[in-house]
Design a protein around this ligand. Structure first.
Ligand code: ZN
Length: 166
C-alpha cells in the first residue's frame, strides 16, 4: 500500500509494534496487514455432511464445506449461516464450534477460518452462489478432492468420530 486510505498522503515504512509497517506521516494512520476472516459450517443431516462443489477459482471443481468471507457488518456465526443459505438453499442453526484454522496457502492471502457445527432447520437443497453442485455425503463417501486444508482436517475428524462413535 502506497497511499493513506484516510487522507491520501504517501505512506512510508516505520518500525512500529514489533515490525516494519506502512505509516502515514500526515495523519498518523498505520496500515496493519492482518488475515482475512472466513466462516463456514459443518452441517449434518441424517448422519451425512453437506458439501459444495466450487464453481469458481481457487479450487474450482473441488468440494468444500459451505463457507465464505465475513462481511464488515456481520459476525462470524451470521456469516457462516448466510453462506450456508446462499450456497445450498438450506437454513441452519449453529450448535457448536468445529474449530479455527489458519490457512496460509490460499492465493487470496492469509485467512483465519472459523467452522461451526450446524443443524439444518429448513430450506430446500439447491446449488446457489459459487456452487456447481451441492450434496450430502456419508462418512465413507467423502470425496478425495477437497478444496481447503480446513475442510480436509474438519472432515477427517468428523468421519473418524462417526466411525468410532466417540
Ligand atoms: Zn493519512
Amino acid at each position: 500500500m502506497n497511499y493513506c486510505p484516510c487522507c491520501g498522503h504517501a505512506l512510508s515504512d516505520k518500525f512500529l509494534f514489533g515490525r516494519v509497517r506502512r505509516k502515514c506521516t500526515n495523519c498518523g494512520f498505520v496500515f496493519f496487514r492482518d488475515p482475512k476472516v472466513a466462516a463456514g459450517v459443518l452441517a449434518e443431516q441424517d448422519g451425512k455432511v453437506l458439501l459444495v462443489k466450487r464453481l469458481y477459482e481457487p479450487h474450482q471443481g473441488e468440494w468444500a464445506l459451505p463457507a465464505g468471507f465475513v462481511e464488515i457488518d456481520e459476525g462470524p456465526i451470521a456469516a457462516a449461516l448466510r453462506e450456508l443459505t446462499e450456497e445450498t438453499g438450506l437454513i441452519g442453526r449453529v450448535t457448536g464450534i468445529v474449530g479455527t484454522y489458519h490457512i496460509r496457502s490460499d492465493p487470496r492471502g492469509s485467512i483465519v477460518t472459523i467452522l461451526y457445527h450446524a443443524q439444518i432447520v429448513g430450506g430446500e437443497l439447491k446449488a446457489g452462489d459459487d456452487a456447481a453442485e451441492v450434496r450430502l455425503f456419508a462418512p465413507a463417501e467423502v470425496p478425495q478432492n477437497l478444496a481447503f486444508a480446513s475442510t480436509r482436517r474438519a472432515l477427517w475428524r468428523w468421519a473418524r468420530t462417526k466411525k468410532t462413535g466417540t
